[in-house]
Design a binder for this molecule. Structure first.
Ligand SMILES: CC(C)(COP(=O)(O)OP(=O)(O)OC[C@H]1O[C@@H](n2cnc3c(N)ncnc32)[C@H](O)[C@@H]1OP(=O)(O)O)[C@@H](O)C(=O)NCCC(=O)NCCS
Length: 176
């Protein structure tokens, strides 16, 4: 029997990633209001204020750095979630000073290659912006996210315990 053709990894077209708008805070809140989506983010839905701060911070990153966690649009132009890059946000632990890449999709957008496609576009943009390397930080049990990380060719650099919750986490690394 002929083995199945490996699915090609294709960057998402640039117009499917946009800087989050003020309105996106409410859309992200609605799209991520799901225990499955939040399993590795505290296990429960976050308040709208969390997304207001997060989206405003991403607009600042875009203005200052030229990249951020971008809103991802699906084929119909609907908000599917976010993918992109930001400076590591915790001053007290982790890879302080590094650029991290990350993603979160609404449940109905999983299983379509959207996070991987958007991450590939992110890496292209970071390379063009002169970013030399990126990290990805992930709960060791988050197999779907680790699968995205591995599809990008990232290498495991460290296994650590998180300061909050004492969970096993993995830091992955990629030179661009
Ligand atoms: C992590 C997360 C973004 C991964 O989403 P995902 O849809 O599994 O990842 P991708 O977008 O890369 O899609 C991969 C799936 O699409 C399929 N696929 C279809 N076309 C594809 C393509 N062109 N390229 C790659 N995969 C493709 C793959 O076969 C795979 O399917 P599977 O469900 O059978 O494994 C999602 O699970 C999520 O939002 N989780 C909650 C938030 C979270 O944990 N974020 C990460 C914190 S570190």
């Amino acid at each position: 029997m002929t083995p199945p053709t490996p699915r090609s990894l294709v960057p998402l077209p640039p117009d499917r990633l946009r800087v989050p708008t003020e309105e996106d805070a409410y859309v992200w809140h609605r799209v991520f209001d799901d225990p499955e989506v939040m399993e590795f983010h505290g296990g429960k839905s976050a308040e709208v204020s969390v997304y207001e701060e997060l989206t405003a911070r991403q607009r600042r990153h875009d203005a200052e750095l030229g990249f951020c966690f971008w809103t991802i649009l699906d084929e119909d132009g609907q908000v599917a979630g976010f993918t992109g890059a930001q400076p590591w946000p915790h001053p007290e632990w982790g890879p302080v000073g590094a650029i991290e890449i990350g993603w979160r999709l609404g449940r109905s957008a999983w299983g379509k290659g959207l996070a991987t496609g958007a991450a590939l576009t992110t890496l292209e943009r970071l390379k063009a912006a002169g970013v030399p390397e990126v990290v990805a930080m992930v709960n060791a049990e988050n197999h779907r996210s680790i699968a995205v990380i591995e599809r990008l060719g990232m290498e495991l650099a460290e296994v650590f315990m998180t300061p909050v919750g004492n969970k096993r986490g993995c830091r992955y690394h990629l030179v661009l």
